[in-house]
Design a binder for this molecule. Structure first.
Ligand code: CUK
Ligand code: CUA
Length: 866
């Protein structure tokens, strides 16, 4: 075992840390700890969550963005935000709601003709195959405006928003059934299904709750509203839901509060809702057979059509033995089915217990029709005691549950106590508690509610942060806290502020299950995943006028927009289709026309449409909004809006001094020569890539493809340049040659990146010490003057270990540690004279120098590659 490894493992294990650290690495870590006031535990926690540059997380979390109406994506254990997914709310930097394609998705969420521009997202749900997360789709609900949205995990974009046709509020969604056949969405605040006025006095007769069972096309990733239906339920306020799995497959479970059916009225002297709605000791868990009801709903006789949507009346569900109630402690919140599907844990906010129901017991009661009575709507009620496996006292305000990979192990949030409790739902034993900060709502286990929980971590999604972060005014961020659950007791590792709405639930999936794309097929409308009618390839750019409608077919590629001038008449309706021609990874361009409230973010291959009425005369620059390349600022053009009723007089008066033909010819020749030299560099890179079989390595080959995308545009420009020369127009020829140079620079840029990657692949494997040495070489400042394989501001270091006598290694070591000692050495002296620079003391320690030597040895072994 190497010394470095020893050091690291003891650091992670937290043993003899200070001593080990003090003796190694020159006590650097100890110094940092002291300066920053960090304890040993802090450093261990940091090491457990730190993701080094370029590193990856083990899990990806999708968190609801609460009132932001968005989804937040972050990594575990790194606890850093990776993305905001625009869902119910316009998000300009992604173009969401500002280009036509995404606007169409956003407008699917209009309710009775009204534009809704926000959402209150609560429960993200991942699609499942056999109860396990399959990494394909994400659904999320909107509590405020009863809707469900579907996000494609192939590109992390929202593809569909579906409005609930009968609910006026919802909460218990979006929960996938185990094979993603359906998505369950339960109502929250009961209301009339129709869109008419019904007096509150008629609450019991005309207000209803329910569960909507959305048919989901697992392959296409879309809800099919026509094949969906709603199970009518009494006007108890339905709350959270979960789909049964394994033993309880085919069934759904939904909590409720206000089985009192209290309707408040403070203003008329009635006690408030909070008192009236929590009067009874128990409320009802709804147990329903969605699998059976889906079949029943196919027969017209069994459904009522309300707002064009199928509703199964309570009486029909009851007659088919598909709807039951079980009393549960009052004002419950979470209902969570265990990985096997046998246990259903319900937590009540106002009860200190968790109630664990047992599916086999419930099933038996149903089978034997053993009811203790019926509710006012005729739904059979099962006996609570007879359905329970056990109740366990946990603490104040239990809310939600998550499972781990250990059988029977469950984690429950305690809202009032601000704690997470680890216990066993089979034995009822409470195992451990940990404080969180503060007032935890949901918690998020790793795949913690699937049939295959992964354990390792739990995230506490806290409502309040109070004193946890730097103060930023009265409105605080939320606090997600990562807890290590791999040990006997829980260990709180790190806090993460979330400054975008109040996340309710989050779901985590193993990162390796996700396979997001790098680019789109050229010309894709990313919201439909079909080729856009606006798809435009290089050379096909055009402006078409039809009456007062103007259609622009444009393209974007580093670093120009084509066309660069658009002239329209005031009052024209302008549609601009833009296609991002890039295939290179991460080469997004943005597009806006100033002052017209439009914006698109175009990922490689994407086509987006912006549309507006050119209602004001004037000159409006348009430009690329992403700093995409060195000539990004030049990536612009002008839209000029003329008033057709006005006469415009030319203002061309200014005479500029122009170059003579000879001068122009000289400049042209120079430009051509520079291009030839640049091309020689490219050809040498190409030769290297070919000689080392770049096409054997997928990621290198992708980069080479990207490079040749650029290079492939050169002949067309060359043709234009030559044509200009023929006509004697050197002015234009120079500009086309300049364009060629731009393309060459972009080619070289990617080509060299490809070469660097290829070097890594074909070079002999670096030892850990050599790798550490390379890092030190970069971070310690050596690379500022020494470039391997090249003479830079200092000599090339290839072969340096042979250069200085019989023990060159020793010589180099001494020189790095104390450069001054060798300034008089004839070789060093000559170098100082040549570069007009002295090798500075970079204050490396001995271990670092040793690593650098290992790195230089590796360089020499692979000298042919540099
Ligand atoms: S809810 Cu917010 S803490 Cu909407 Cu799932 Cu429980
Ligand atoms: Cu494209 Cu900036």
């Amino acid at each position: 075992m190497s010394k470095t490894f020893n050091k690291l493992s003891s650091l992670v294990l937290g043993t003899t840390l200070a001593a080990t650290v003090a003796s190694a690495g020159g006590g650097e870590l100890e110094k940092v700890m002291k300066a920053r006031g960090l304890t040993e535990t802090d450093v261990i926690h940091a090491a457990k969550t730190y993701i080094p540059t370029g590193g990856r997380n083990e899990f990806i979390v999708f968190s609801s963005g609460g009132q932001s109406g968005q989804v937040i994506v972050y990594g575990v254990p790194g606890m850093r935000i990776l993305k905001y997914i625009a869902v119910f709310t316009p998000e300009p930097w992604q173009g969401y709601g500002f280009d036509q394609e995404s606007l169409k998705v956003l407008r699917q969420g209009n309710i009775r003709g009204k534009e809704i521009n926000w959402g209150d997202t609560h429960h993200p749900g991942l699609s499942e195959t056999n109860g396990k997360y399959d990494g394909r789709w994400l659904a999320i609900n909107d509590k405020a405006n009863p809707r469900v949205a579907i996000i494609d995990l192939h590109d992390f974009e929202t593809k569909q928003i579906v409005v609930n046709p009968v609910f006026k509020s919802e909460h218990g969604g979006a929960f996938f059934t185990p094979n993603s056949e359906y998505i369950l969405e339960a109502c929250q605040y009961a209301a009339p299904y129709d869109n008419n006025y019904h007096p509150i006095e008629d609450y019991k007769e005309t207000y209803r709750g329910g569960v909507t069972v959305w048919k989901f096309d697992h392959k296409k990733g879309r809800i099919k509203p026509k094949e969906s239906f709603t199970i009518e339920m009494p006007p108890y306020m339905q709350d959270l839901s979960d789909a049964g799995k394994g033993a309880s497959y085919g069934w759904g479970f939904t909590n409720s509060f206000n089985s009192e059916m209290y309707t408040g009225g403070i203003e008329v002297g009635n006690p408030p809702n909070e008192a009236g709605m929590s009067r009874n000791d128990t409320d009802f868990m709804h147990v329903y057979n969605w699998q059976k009801l889906a079949k029943i709903a196919k027969n017209k006789k069994n459904v009522k059509i309300i707002n064009g949507h199928r509703v199964i009346p309570i009486s029909v569900a009851v007659a088919n033995n598909a709807l039951f109630l079980i009393p549960e402690p009052k004002s419950p919140h979470g209902v969570d089915v265990s990985p096997s599907g046998e246990y259903i844990t319900v937590c009540g906010k106002l009860d200190t217990h968790a109630s664990v129901f047992k599916w086999s017991k419930i099933k038996k009661l149903i089978k034997n029709k053993k009811y203790i009575g019926k509710d006012p709507y005729g739904i059979p009620i099962l006996d609570m005691k007879a359905s329970l496996h056990r109740q366990v006292e946990l603490g104040l305000g239990p809310l939600h549950n998550q499972y781990s990979n250990v059988e029977g192990e469950i984690y429950t949030s305690l809202y009032v106590d601000s704690q997470v409790v680890k216990w066993n739902y089979i034995t009822g034993k409470v195992i451990d508690k940990i404080n969180v900060h503060y007032n935890i709502g949901h918690l998020c286990g790793m795949e913690g509610k699937s049939a295959d929980p992964q354990g390792k971590y739990i995230i506490a999604l806290n409502k309040l942060t109070i004193d946890r972060f730097d103060p930023v005014g009265p409105l605080h961020p939320q606090n997600h806290q990562l807890i290590d659950i791999s040990g006997k007791t829980m260990d709180l590792l790190v806090d993460m502020p979330l400054p975008l709405g109040e996340p309710h639930q989050a779901v985590a999936i193993r990162a390796s299950k996700l396979h997001p794309a790098q680019r789109y097929k050229m010309g894709t409308d990313t919201r439909t995943d079909k080729i856009s009618i606006g798809k435009t390839l290089a050379g096909q750019e055009k402006i078409v006028r039809k009456g007062n409608k103007v259609f622009v077919y444009g393209t974007l590629v580093r670093s120009h927009i084509n066309p660069e001038r658009i002239t329209v008449n005031k009052g024209d309706e302008v549609t601009i289709y833009m296609t991002n021609l890039e295939r290179a990874e991460d080469e997004t361009h943005g597009f806006t026309v100033d002052d017209y409230n439009v914006h698109a973010s175009l990922e490689p291959g994407e086509t987006s449409t912006i549309k507006f009425k050119a209602d004001r005369e004037g000159v409006f620059p348009y430009y690329c909004t992403e700093f995409c390349s060195a000539l990004h600022l030049e990536m612009m053009g002008y839209m000029m809006v003329k008033d057709p009723n006005k006469k415009y007089v030319s203002a061309q008066k200014l005479k500029m001094k122009t170059m003579s033909k000879a001068e122009l010819k000289a400049e042209y020749d120079k430009t051509v020569a520079v291009n030839a030299a640049t091309d020689a560099v490219i050809q040498s890179v190409v030769a290297f890539l070919k000689a080392n079989h770049f096409d054997k390595y997928k990621d290198v080959a992708a980069l080479v493809t990207d490079a040749f995308d650029q290079y492939g545009q050169i002949p067309a420009q060359k043709k234009l340049a030559n044509a200009a020369v023929k006509k004697g127009n050197y002015e234009k020829a120079i500009l086309f040659e300049n364009m060629i140079w731009q393309l060459m620079v972009k080619t070289a840029d990617v080509g060299i990146r490809a070469k660097d990657q290829l070097v890594r692949k074909v070079a002999t494997k670096q030892s850990a010490a050599a790798a550490a040495g390379e890092r030190t070489f970069g971070e310690g400042g050596c690379s500022g003057c020494h470039v391997i394989g090249k003479v830079s501001s200092g000599p090339d270091l290839t072969g340096v270990l042979e250069r200085h006598g019989s023990d060159s290694e020793k010589w180099v070591k001494e020189f790095v540690l104390n450069p001054k000692s060798k300034y008089k050495d004839p070789y060093v002296k000559s170098m100082i004279d040549y570069f007009n620079l002295k090798m500075p003391n970079q204050h490396m320690n001995k271990a670092e120098v040793k690593d650098i030597i290992e790195y230089l040895k590796w360089v020499d072994k692979n000298a042919n590659l540099f």
